[in-house]
Each structure stands twice: as C-alpha cells, then as structure tokens.
Design a protein. Structure first.
Length: 318
C-alpha cells in the first residue's frame, strides 16, 4: 500500500469521481484567475483557443461513454469527424468494468488528427487501491518508468491507436496531430504522445492535458518534455494533479520500495471553485466542465466558447 497522507486519500476519493457530470453542469461559469501563471517553457506559447477546443473534445469523451452505456450511437459535432473508437477491458486500478468500454477516440477536422482519451467517473476506488508502482515505459527503450495502472490500460489500445493514425496519415493530407485527455485520461494521453512521436510521421504531436496526475518518473517526464509542445492545465484548488506523490513508498514481497514521480512541463494554472471544505468543493474543483468553462471565460467571446460544450455529458456552462 502506498504511504500517502490520509487526508490526501480522502480528498481524492470524491474528487476523482467527477468527470464533468450534471452536478456542475447548470452552474455559472467559474471566475478565472486574473493572470493565469505559466510554469515552464515551451517552443509554442499556451494557445487558449486550442485549449478550449481540446477541452470540448475531452467533454465528448465522457459523452462517448454515456452513449455506449445507453446504447446510443456516438457522434461528434461539426467540424469533427469521428474516425474510430477504442475499447478496453482493462479497468483503472480499483475499477471493475466487466466488459469492454470505450476509452479513447480518434477524430479528424481539416488538416488535423485528434486523439482523445477519457478519464473515469468511477475512480474513487483508484485512490484506495492503486499502489503507484511503476513499470518500464514499453514504447521507447530507455524511456523511464510509468505508473503501472495507467500503463496497463494504455497497453490494450496503444498499438491500435498508432495504426489508426498511420492509416489516416497515408489516406489524407493531415499535417497536425493533437493529443489530449482529462484526469486519468490525461495520463493516457501523456503515455501516448511519445509513442505517437516515435511510431508515426508526426514527430511533434501537440499535447494538451487537463487535471493530469503525475504519470511517470523524471526520465519519462524528460522524454515528454522533449516534445516541442506539451501543456498541462491545472486548477490550483484541484488535488488530483498532486497524485501520485512525488515519492511513493510501497512494499513488495515484504521489502520497501521507492518510486519517484515528476510532472511534465509546462503548467498553465487556472483557479476556480473553493478551497476544499466539503464534498461539493471536491467534485467541482476537478470537473472537466468547470475546467472548460474557466478557460472559456478567459476568451474574447465566452458565450461562443461555452456553446462548444454542446451539452456533452450534461455540461452547459453559462
């Protein structure tokens, strides 16, 4: 069992349970921080318009699951064309899905390909059951160590995603590749980016993540940081990006073992919600719907930005 302070575990149990969800969908858009801090340096500056577009696609990833569970055909709003959904039978640590469920999709629009990963809305067990052990990052030799639960899920779909991106690259005139995800889906996106850079003609995929946990050790973080553009959007009131701890202590076969974690650059900070006082704060501080609404509030036309949510998974910011 990872030694993590009890209050961190308790906070994250409820916090991670919120993907977007109706509980925050009808609330007014959270107030953005006046001047969002930017930590780290990228070849390209943080692109707010791109972040909102990718955030809207992350909302669609939760709608994908809702449609699957209700037996409804999943489709994306214009201008996106859904190319393929990817299913996995591998649950996040602590989860139990019992059957294959959609965890990612690939879409196209114009000259761009989009790879989008879903988080989980039943992730309370992840915190209590995950031990934050690490395994070698399989796609790249010498690429460091990554969290074993995230790695196990990615292993079920990574090859298929690479194949789909390569097939699209051969059949069309695509020049850009974007990779994104929210919560645990952000960790899957982080695992995918160096794999896609290695195994496709898109040597510099653009990575934007929301509320991402730490995904791997310092060597892996350096591998991702070598990409020209990798951004993490972080709510300063959200506890999820603080997990796994920078040093995870677990016991294997009666022996204590240390695993080291490091976030990737660069971090774009926003602030919404309240310092944690109750369950509602925990959920709202992590919800993708609130991340999206906060970014929209920073744009020159928030109303048009809010409309991109398209009601996905009950998200209707105003």
């Amino acid at each position: 069992m990872t030694i993590v302070p009890r209050f961190v575990l308790a906070l994250a149990l409820a916090l991670l349970a919120a993907g977007c969800g109706p509980e925050s969908s009808d609330r007014a858009a959270p107030e953005p921080s006046p001047t969002p801090p930017v930590l780290g340096e990228e070849d390209a500056a943080f692109d707010l318009e791109l972040a909102t577009r990718l955030g809207a696609l992350c909302l669609q990833s939760y709608q994908m699951l809702a449609d699957f569970q209700s037996g409804t055909s999943f489709a994306l709003p214009a201008p996106y064309v859904l190319q393929m959904q990817f299913l996995t039978s591998e649950a996040f640590p602590g989860g139990s899905i019992g059957t294959e469920v959609p965890i990612a999709f690939v879409a196209t629009a114009g000259d761009a390909i989009y790879v989008v990963f879903r988080g989980t809305k039943t992730i309370s067990e992840w915190i209590s059951d995950a031990e934050f052990a690490q395994v070698p990052y399989a796609p790249v030799s010498g690429g460091g160590m990554t969290e074993q639960g995230f790695s196990a899920v990615y292993a079920t779909i990574g090859r298929s995603i690479v194949d789909e991106v390569n097939a699209l690259a051969q059949s069309g005139s695509y020049t850009k590749l974007y990779v994104t995800g929210h919560s645990l889906g952000a960790s899957l996106a982080t695992l995918a980016a160096p794999d896609l850079a290695r195994a496709t003609r898109f040597a510099s995929p653009v990575l934007y993540n929301f509320a991402s946990p730490r995904t791997g050790d310092p060597t892996f973080a350096s591998l991702v940081d070598a990409l020209p553009t990798s951004w993490r959007v972080v709510n300063t009131n959200d506890e999820v990006p603080k997990l796994p701890p920078a040093v995870a202590v677990i016991f294997e076969n009666g022996q204590r073992k240390l695993y080291f974690y490091e976030h990737i650059d660069s971090e774009y900070d926003v602030t919404f919600g309240e310092p944690i006082r109750d369950l509602q704060d925990l959920e709202e501080d992590h919800a993708m719907c609130n991340y999206f609404a906060t970014l929209c509030a920073q744009t020159s036309d928030p109303s048009s930005c809010y409309a991109m949510a398209d009601g996905a998974d009950g998200c209707n910011p105003s």
